[in-house]
Write a protein that binds this ligand. Structure first.
Ligand SMILES: [Zn+2]
Length: 234
C-alpha cells in the first residue's frame, strides 16, 4: 500500500475531527439560544398569570365596593323605615330593604368566590416566578459552560487546521485545486474510502483500473467527485 493512501487516511481523519470540533463550537450558542427561548416563554406565561390575577383582584374590589354601596343604601332605608309615616310606606321600604339584603347576600357569595380565585392565581404567579428563575438559571449555566469551552475548542480548531494544512501537502497541482473545492463544499466528506471496489460515498463500484491506480498510489477521484482513499487494511 502506498504512502499516499496513508496520507489521505490521515487527512480524512483530521478533517473529520475538525468538523466535529467546529460542530461543537456552533452547537453551544444554539443551545444557549434555545434556553433563552424557554426563558421568554416562561416570562410570557408569568405575565399572563399576573394579568389574570390583576383582573381577579379588580373584580373582587368592584364587588366589595358594590356591597358597601348597598349596605349604605340599606342603612339609609333603615333610617327612612324608622321615620315612616304610614303602614304602606313602611311596607314599601321594608320590601326594598329585604330585596337589597338578598342582593347583598348574593354579592357576599360572589366576593368569597373572587377571593378564592385571587388566592389560586397568587399561587400560580408564585409558581410562574419560580419557573422563570429556574429557566434563567439553566440558561446562565449553559451560557457559562459554552463560554468556558469556547477558548479550548477554538484552540483545537486552530491546531487541527494547522495539521490539515500540513497533511494536504501530499496533494499538488490540479488535484489540490479539485480537493480544495470539494473540501469547501463537503468538509471531511470530500474524501471517501473505497470498500473493496465500492465508493462509500456513492455506493458505486469503481473500475478495476481505478482500483489498481489507487493501490499504486495515484490520486483518484470517483465519478461522484469524491477523492478516494484505501482504508486501513483495505
Ligand atoms: Zn463515489
Amino acid at each position: 500500500m502506498s504512502d499516499i493512501n496513508a496520507g489521505l487516511r490521515h487527512l480524512h481523519a483530521l478533517l473529520a475531527q475538525l468538523g466535529e470540533v467546529q460542530d461543537e463550537l456552533a452547537r453551544g450558542p444554539r443551545q444557549v439560544t434555545a434556553r433563552e427561548n424557554l426563558v421568554k416563554k416562561a416570562e410570557e406565561e408569568l405575565a399572563a398569570k399576573r394579568e389574570s390575577l390583576k383582573q381577579a383582584k379588580a373584580a373582587a374590589d368592584r364587588k366589595s365596593l358594590d356591597l358597601k354601596t348597598n349596605e349604605a343604601k340599606i342603612a339609609g332605608l333603615q333610617a327612612k323605615l324608622n321615620a315612616a309615616s304610614s303602614n304602606k310606606e313602611f311596607d314599601v321600604i321594608k320590601g326594598q330593604i329585604e330585596a337589597d339584603a338578598v342582593a347583598n347576600s348574593v354579592l357576599e357569595d360572589e366576593i368569597l368566590e373572587s377571593l378564592e380565585t385571587v388566592d389560586r392565581l397568587q399561587i400560580a404567579v408564585g409558581e410562574g416566578e419560580q419557573q422563570v428563575t429556574q429557566a434563567q438559571q439553566e440558561r446562565d449555566k449553559r451560557a457559562k459552560e459554552v463560554a468556558d469551552a469556547k477558548g479550548g475548542l477554538e484552540a483545537r480548531v486552530g491546531e487541527l487546521e494547522g495539521q490539515v494544512k500540513e497533511a494536504e501537502k501530499i496533494l499538488g497541482g490540479d488535484n489540490a485545486v479539485k480537493y480544495r473545492r470539494l473540501v469547501a463544499a463537503y468538509g471531511a466528506e470530500a474524501l471517501a474510502a473505497v470498500d473493496g471496489s465500492i465508493c462509500t460515498n456513492c455506493y458505486t463500484a469503481i473500475t478495476p483500473q481505478m482500483r489498481v491506480a489507487l493501490n499504486s498510489g495515484k490520486v483518484i477521484f470517483c465519478n461522484c467527485s469524491r477523492l478516494l482513499f484505501v482504508p486501513e487494511g483495505g
